[in-house]
Design a protein around this ligand. Sequence first.
Ligand SMILES: Cc1ncc(COP(=O)(O)O)c(C=O)c1O
Length: 392
Amino acid sequence: MLIFAIIMKRFPHKLSQKMLLRQENDALRSLPDKILGVDFSSNDYLGFSKREESSANINNLLVNFGVTSLGATGSRLLTGNHSLYNEAEKRIASYHNAEAALLFNSGYDANIGFFSSVPQKGDLILYDELIHASIRDGIQMSLAKGYKFKHNDLKDLEEKLKRYTQNTSNNEIYVVTESVFSMDGDTPDLQLIANICLSYQAFFVVDEAHGLGVFGNQGKGLVHQLGLTSSVFAVIYTYGKAMGCHGAAIVCSNELKNYLINFARSFIYTTGLPPHSVASIIQAYLDLEKTSQIQNLRDNIDFFVSQILKLGLQDQFVKSESAIQSCIVTGNSEVKYIAGNFQKCGFDVKPILSPTVPQGQERLRFCLHSYNTQDEIMEVLKLLVTFAQKVK
Ligand SMILES: Cc1ncc(COP(=O)(O)O)c(C=O)c1O
C-alpha cells in the first residue's frame, strides 16, 4: 500500500517541465467549474441538447425496437450490434443521399479510424493547415505521407498536388478539409476543391462537424447545399454539436463502409455506443427534418454579422457565415482577461489560447445559437468594444 502511494506520488520530471512551460505561457488548461451566463460558447447550436419533448420519443424508439439493454455490451463486431444501429445507419445514409453510413463512438474516433486505415503506405494526404486535431492524429497514425496546404489557399493546394504527385502514379491522393473550421468558423471553396480533386483523381474527404444542422436544406450541411454529395469520397458528421447528442458517422459508399468495418481500429476495438445514444441520434435527425430552430440560428448569424459591421469590428473578426464567430485578441493573458470580464457580466464567451491556435492568433470564440436573443447579441458586442479598449 505504502509502495503504491509513493509510486503514485512520483511524477516524471519531463512532464513537470512541460506543465511548468504551460504555466509560464499562461496556457495551463484546467476543467472549468459549473458554467454560468448567457451561452455564447457551447456547440449546442440549435438547443437540441435541451429538447425535453424528445426524451419520451427516444424512450419509445427503444421500446419499439425491443432494446432493453443499457449498454452495448461489446464491440459491434461481437455482441454490441443491437438492432437500432442498422435503423440509424439506414436513416443517416438516406438523409444525406448516400449509399451507406457507419456510426462511430465520436467524431474523434471517426477521424482517427478513417485516416489511420484508409490511406496506405505510399499514398498522399493533403490537409488544410488548420484541420482538426482528430484528423491530424489520424494522419500521424497512417503510413501515408501527409502534407499541409495553407489555410483555404487552393493555389497552394494545387501547387502541392503538382509537386508531390510527380513520380507517384500508382499511389492514391486524399484531400481533406472541414466545411466549417472549428476555431475560425470560416469555410473553404468546397466546389473548387472538388474540381481540383477531380482533375487529380484525388479522393475528397470533408469533415462537416460544424456544418450539420447549420447549412443546407433541413440542416443537411454544406456538402449537400452545394450539390457535392456525389463529388466526395466520405463525409464525417458528428452528433455532439448541433444534433445535441453524441457519436459520429462516416457517410460513404457500401464498399468503403465494409472496408472500415474490417480495418478501422477505433471502430473494431471498442465497445459500441449504448442503445440510448443511437436512439438519440435517430430522434435528432427526425427533429432536424422539421425544426424551425435552423432558421432562428441563421437569423441570429445574420444579425451578429450586421452588428459587427455596425460597430466597425469587422477587421478584428474572421469572416464567417457559420455559427462560429472568432474575434482575434493577441495574447493568452489578454484574451483570458476579456473572457473573465464577460463572465463577470453574465456572458459565457470562451477564450481560445495558444497552443490550441497559433501564437498571435489567440481569440474569443463566439458560438451562436438559435436561442440567443438579439438583445443578448447587441449587449455582448457592446461589452466586447469596452473590454477590447482596455487591453489595447
Ligand atoms: C471539426 C471537428 N471534427 C471532429 C471533432 C470531434 O468530434 P467529437 O466531439 O464528436 O469527438 C470536432 C470536435 O471538436 C471538430 O470540431
